[in-house]
Design a protein around this ligand. Structure first.
Ligand SMILES: NC(=O)c1ccc[n+]([C@@H]2O[C@H](COP(=O)([O-])OP(=O)(O)OC[C@H]3O[C@@H](n4cnc5c(N)ncnc54)[C@H](OP(=O)(O)O)[C@@H]3O)[C@@H](O)[C@H]2O)c1
Length: 333
């Protein structure tokens, strides 16, 4: 038995020859994969990986047709686990969602029980998706730096790609926790918004992607980087002795050209962040913290709401680097 209607609306990406056809379609319950928890999806979000999953050259989608959406939040309509009650609010993200298994851009979804995160009181499904995979990754990055000893009095912390999802949320979380946060952005017109989110200072993308010496003046007590490319080498050569950067992304390119000198002469650390396969117990614990002490104070200025029918523009926008905060997707609302 299923609690999902026989047909419902979903945004589907389907490979047709060299291109990907995208759009909202009727989707059949019988075409959803098996899973222990059935969810009426209220909200999803747009992440960089979703943009890649809907492009022919994106190398992310593993099935076709695919309902993209690497994260989702909504209400449980059926469950094989007493701890995940029918009627309760939950979220899921990562694992195979929106990649090799249908994801969040769907009015209903069926998910393996061990992937489900019950939502802590105080975080609505919409708020959870305003944070979403990008915000979860930002929180992971902050926690990884703090577990290595970073604290607000350690010194200034750098956040790159600050107008985007990971960067903007990391900026907000760090500023709320009392850090002096400096933001790197390629968008001069984002300066005011980034200051409102909590940036103490702004660096332009040009400043950090210019050629530099293998080691420069020690400046940053820590850094959150979702950009990679020519930006991460700047971060490494300007970190203070013993400091670390939490690196999660490649919005500025996947190739890393640097030297070993920051590692061997300053003992700096490059911490890799992978949100996809975080074990479920740690994932649930981090979401509980995102509802409490890691909760960004004001995500309002960081969020644009779109519907399933508006996804083409948001997906193209994130691939064009035009993110200004996060896009939440109203699926069922
Ligand atoms: N490892 C993980 O588990 C994980 C999880 C989530 C995301 N990610 C990755 O993290 C990255 C960011 O994701 P997101 O959702 O935050 O994307 P996003 O919202 O598009 O933000 C990326 C930001 O990077 C900057 N940027 C874009 N193109 C750039 C370029 N060519 N050179 C330098 N900077 C550029 C822009 O910020 P400014 O204009 O302000 O500079 C943009 O807003 C992606 O690579 C994504 O795949 C990884």
């Amino acid at each position: 038995m299923t609690a999902i209607p026989a047909r419902f609306r979903a945004y589907v990406a389907e490979r047709v020859g060299d291109r990907v056809d995208r759009g909202v379609r009727e989707f059949a319950e019988a075409d959803l994969p098996p899973g222990g928890v059935e969810i009426r999806v209220g909200w999803s979000s747009v992440n960089y990986k979703d943009g890649l999953a809907t492009r022919a050259d994106g190398k992310v989608a593993r099935i076709s047709p695919l309902i993209p959406g690497i994260d989702l939040a909504g209400e449980v309509v059926a469950s094989d686990d007493a701890a995940i009650a029918v009627g309760g609010a939950v979220l899921a993200h990562g694992y195979d969602l929106g990649v090799s298994r249908h994801g969040g851009y769907s009015e209903y979804q069926r998910v393996p029980t061990g992937w489900v995160v019950p939502l802590a009181p105080g975080l609505s499904p919409r708020e959870a998706m305003a944070i979403g995979t990008a915000g979860f990754t930002a929180a992971m990055s902050v926690v990884a730096l703090e577990e290595r000893g970073l604290q607000p009095d350690s010194g200034p912390v750098l956040v790159t790609g600050a107008s985007g999802g990971v960067g903007g949320t990391a900026l907000a979380i760090l500023a709320d926790r009392g850090y002096e946060v400096w933001a790197v952005t390629g968008k001069a017109d984002e300066t005011d918004r980034l200051r409102t989110l909590g940036a103490a200072g702004i660096l332009s993308r040009d400043e950090v992607t210019a050629e530099g010496r293998p080691l420069e003046s020690e400046r940053w007590a820590g850094a959150v980087d979702a950009v990679g490319g020519a930006t991460l080498p700047y971060v490494l050569r300007t970190l203070r002795r013993g400091a670390a950067v939490a690196a999660s992304g490649n919005a500025g390119g996947a190739k890393l050209e640097t030297t070993v000198l920051p590692f061997i002469l300053r003992g700096v650390a490059l911490l890799g962040m992978d949100s996809v396969l975080v074990p479920i117990a740690r994932r649930r614990a981090l979401w509980d913290r995102l509802a409490t002490d890691l909760r960004p104070r004001d995500l309002g200025i960081h969020v644009t709401e779109v519907g399933l029918d508006d996804l083409d523009g948001a997906l193209d926008g994130i691939m064009a680097g035009s993110a200004r905060g996060r896009w939440v997707v109203r699926v069922g609302g």
